[in-house]
Design a protein around this ligand. Structure first.
Ligand code: SF4
Length: 627
C-alpha cells in the first residue's frame, strides 16, 4: 500500500519578498506528527524563535490540514490556524469549520505558511498552482462578509473559500478573529491581529483537484459505516437539533454557568438563553460544515425589539455565556447582535464578552471610574452598554481601545488591583466552564497550551452522563472518583487521556462534536482509519498514536517554555482557588490545583517543580532537536 491521504506539499508565501515556494512535506513529519496541529507545531517551533513579537513580520501564520481533511469521513472539513499568539505571546491555535481546509487540499497543499509583511494591503489568492498577492486597498475597512463577497465577485467564482479579517484585525485588536463562510470564526488567541499585522485582508483559496487515500475501497466502506454511526447516534441527533445551546440547561443544572464575570455558576435568567427558548422563536434554518450531517449551526432572526431585523448565524453556547450570563444579560437577541458584530469586525466573542465582564466588575468595585471609561457607567444586565462597548472595542475607540488589549493587559494598564477581576489563564479569557463545580476543567484551563482552553482536554463524562463509555476507558474502580466533579483524585488521568485523544483528533482533523461530545469516535477508531487512509501501518496502534499525541503536547510545552512559561503560569484566577462557589449544587466548592498539577506533570513526564519536560521525556519522544 503506497502513501495516501497527503498532497505532499507545503505552500510558503513570503509577503516581504513577494515570493512563493512549494516545499515537499518531509516523510518523517508524517511518522512523527500525522498532520494538522502536529505539522504546525513543528514549523512554529523551528521557524519562530523565542522572543519574537507576535505582531512582527517574523511571526508566521500557518493553516494546516490532516490526512482525512476533505474526504468522505464524516465531519472532516475542519482546519487549524496556528501562530504565536497576538493576545498571549505563546503557542496559539484556532480551529475552524466551514470549507476552507478541504479547499486548500483540493488546491494541492497540506499546509500553508504565510510569513513576512506586505508593504500595502493585499489578499492572498490561491487557485491550484496559481498563487498571487492581490491589491486589497479597496477592501480595507470592509466587514469580513463584505470582503468575502467582493473577492468572490472579482475573481468570478462564488465557490472560492475565504478567511477574512474585519476592522478589528486591521486595528490589531488582540483577540481579533479570522472569519470563514461569513460566520465561522477561528476565534481564539488573535489570529486576525496576526494577519492584520501582515497587511493581509484575506486568504482566498480555490482548488480543483482531489485527494487520494492509500486504500480507496476500504476507506470508502469504513467512511460510510462511520457516517451511519453519526446518523443513528441519539446524542448527535440532539446536537443537530439544538447545537451547543443544549449546554445552557446542563450548565445551569450543575451550577457551572459562568455568571457575573464568573462570580457564580447559577444564572436566574438562564431560560432565555436556552435552546428551548431560542429555537422556536428565532431559528430560521440549520447549517453544516463540509461533510457534516449534523448541522449544529443555526441561522437566527430577530423579529422585533431594539435589534429587530438582525439575521445571523449563532451564537453557540460560548457566545450565549459571554454576552449573556457573564454580563448578567437575560436576553437572547442581545447575544445574537453581539455575535453579528463579532463576525462583522472579526472578533472572538468569548474574549470580548469576558473582557467587558472584567470591566463591569472593576467599575462596580470602584477600581474603574467614569473618568477611565469616558463617562460610561458600567453595570450588569445593560444590553445597550454591552453592544456599545463591543463596537468601541472593534473600532478601538475611547475606552474600547484599552479593552481591545484583552483583560490581562487591560488590567495591567489600569493597575489599582484590577488584576483581581481579570478572568484569564496565560492571557486567554476563561471559557464557559467553572473549575469549582467541574474539577477536571480546572486542570484543563490551567494547563492548556494556548491558555484557558475548553477544546483540548475537556472531560465530559462527569456532566453528560457517559458513565458506560467512561467505565471502559478508565476502568470501573477509578470511575466513581473521575465522575465526582468535586474531587481532585484521578482528574489528571482523565485530562491526560482526553488531551491525547483530542490531539489525534486535531491531527486528522475531525470535528469536536464527533469525538468529544458525543464521543462517537475515539482513539481506537482513529487507529482503524489512519492506516487505511495513509498506508502507514504503525498508525494502527493506539500506543503509537498515544506517543504521537504526547510528542505534540510536549512540543507545544517546549515552545511555551522558550517564552518563559513554567509551573508558575499553570494557574487559575484567585476567584476559583479562594472564593467558594456562592450558590447552586457546588456551593462552597473551591479548586485545589496543586495536587492535580503534580499528577498531571507526573503522567506527562514533566518535572514536578518546574512543570517542564524532563530530559528523559524529551529523549523518549525524540524531541532533542527542540531543546
Ligand atoms: S457538528 Fe457543527 S461544527 Fe461540527 S462539522 Fe457539523 S456543523 Fe460543523
Amino acid at each position: 500500500m503506497g502513501l495516501g491521504g497527503y498532497t505532499g506539499k507545503i505552500l510558503r508565501i513570503d509577503l516581504s519578498r513577494d515570493t512563493v515556494r512549494v516545499d515537499a512535506l518531509p516523510r518523517e513529519w508524517i511518522h512523527q506528527f500525522i498532520g494538522g496541529d502536529g505539522f504546525a507545531a513543528k514549523i512554529l517551533y523551528e521557524e519562530v524563535p523565542g522572543g519574537t513579537d507576535p505582531l512582527s513580520p517574523a511571526n508566521k501564520l500557518i493553516l494546516a490540514t490532516g490526512p482525512i481533511t476533505g474526504t468522505l469521513w464524516p465531519m472532516s472539513g475542519r482546519t487549524v490556524f496556528v501562530s504565536k499568539g497576538a493576545q498571549t505571546g505563546i503557542w496559539a491555535e484556532s480551529h475552524v469549520g466551514g470549507f476552507i481546509g478541504p479547499e486548500l487540499r483540493y488546491a494541492g497543499y497540506d499546509v500553508l505558511v504565510v510569513e513576512g509583511k506586505s508593504e500595502k494591503p493585499v489578499y492572498v489568492f490561491i487557485e491550484d498552482d496559481h498563487v498571487e498577492l492581490v491589491d486589497a486597498s479597496h477592501l480595507w475597512g470592509l466587514t469580513t462578509s463584505e470582503a468575502t463577497m467582493k473577492i468572490q465577485e472579482e475573481q468570478r467564482d462564488p465557490d472560492i473559500q475565504v478567511a477574512a479579517i474585519g476592522l478589528a484585525g486591521e486595528r490589531l485588536v488582540k483577540f481579533a478573529a479570522l472569519i470563514v463562510n461569513h460566520a465561522r470564526a477561528a476565534g481564539r488567541t488573535g489570529m486576525g491581529a496576526v494577519l492584520g499585522s501582515k497587511n493581509v485582508k484575506a486568504i482566498a483559496i480555490r482548488g480543483h483537484g482531489g485527494i487520494s487515500v492509500a486504500n480507496h475501497e476500504e476507506f470508502v466502506a469504513l467512511a460510510k459505516r462511520a457516517q451511519e454511526r453519526v446518523r443513528v447516534n441519539p446524542q448527535a441527533k440532539e446536537m443537530g437539533k439544538w447545537g451547543t445551546w443544549i449546554l445552557t440547561a446542563v450548565k445551569q443544572e450543575i451550577g457551572e454557568l459562568p455568571t457575573y464575570n464568573h462570580r457564580t455558576g447559577v444564572f436566574s435568567g438562564w431560560e432565555q438563553l436556552s435552546g428551548d427558548h431560542i429555537r422556536p422563536r428565532y431559528t430560521v434554518s440549520d447549517r453544516a460544515c463540509f461533510g457534516c450531517s449534523l448541522g449544529c449551526k443555526k441561522v437566527n432572526y430577530i423579529p422585533d425589539g431594539p435589534y429587530a431585523g438582525t439575521l445571523e448565524e449563532g451564537p453557540e453556547y460560548e457566545g450565549l455565556m459571554a454576552f449573556g450570563s457573564v454580563l448578567g444579560i437575560d436576553d437572547y437577541p442581545t447575544t445574537l447582535k453581539a455575535n453579528q458584530i463579532c463576525n462583522k469586525y472579526g472578533m472572538d466573542i468569548i474574549s470580548a464578552g469576558t473582557t467587558i465582564g472584567f470591566a463591569i466588575e472593576a467599575f462596580e468595585q470602584g477600581v474603574l471610574t467614569e473618568e477611565d471609561t469616558g463617562g460610561l457607567k458600567l453595570q450588569w444586565n445593560d444590553r445597550d452598554l454591552a453592544i456599545r462597548l463591543l463596537e468601541m472595542i472593534g473600532r478601538r475607540e475611547g475606552f474600547g481601545d484599552i479593552l481591545a488589549e484583552g483583560s490581562r493587559e487591560a488590567a495591567r494598564r489600569i493597575g489599582r488591583g484590577a488584576e483581581k477581576y481579570a478572568m484569564h489563564v496565560k492571557g486567554l479569557e476563561i471559557s464557559g466552564q467553572d473549575g469549582r463545580t467541574h474539577r477536571s476543567i480546572a486542570l484543563s484551563h490551567a494547563t492548556g497550551a494556548r491558555g484557558a482552553d475548553h477544546l483540548r482536554s475537556l472531560v465530559t463524562v462527569d456532566q453528560l452522563g457517559y458513565e458506560k463509555v467512561a467505565a471502559q476507558r478508565w476502568g470501573s474502580d477509578k470511575l466513581p472518583e473521575i465522575i465526582n466533579p468535586y474531587t481532585e483524585k484521578y482528574k489528571a488521568t482523565a485530562v491526560v487521556e482526553t488531551e491525547n485523544t483530542y490531539c489525534i483528533r486535531d491531527t486528522l482533523i475531525v470535528c469536536w462534536y464527533s469525538v468529544s461530545w458525543p464521543p462517537i469516535f475515539w482513539m481506537n477508531d482513529f487507529a482503524e482509519v489512519l492506516p487505511i487512509a495513509t498506508g502507514v501501518e504503525e498508525f494502527g496502534s493506539v500506543e503509537r498514536l498515544t506517543e504521537i499525541a504526547e510528542r505534540q503536547v510536549t512540543l507545544k510545552r517546549l515552545f511555551n517554555a522558550r517564552e518563559g512559561i513554567s509551573r508558575k503560569d499553570d494557574q487559575l484566577p484567585e476567584r476559583f482557588l479562594k472564593e467558594p462557589m456562592p450558590e447552586g449544587p457546588g456551593k462552597g466548592q473551591v479548586v485545589h490545583l496543586d495536587p492535580m498539577l503534580d499528577d498531571y506533570y507526573r503522567l506527562r513526564g514533566w518535572d514536578l517543580k518546574t512543570g517542564l519536560p524532563t530530559k528523559d521525556t524529551i529523549r523518549r519522544l525524540s524531541l532533542q532537536w527542540a531543546t
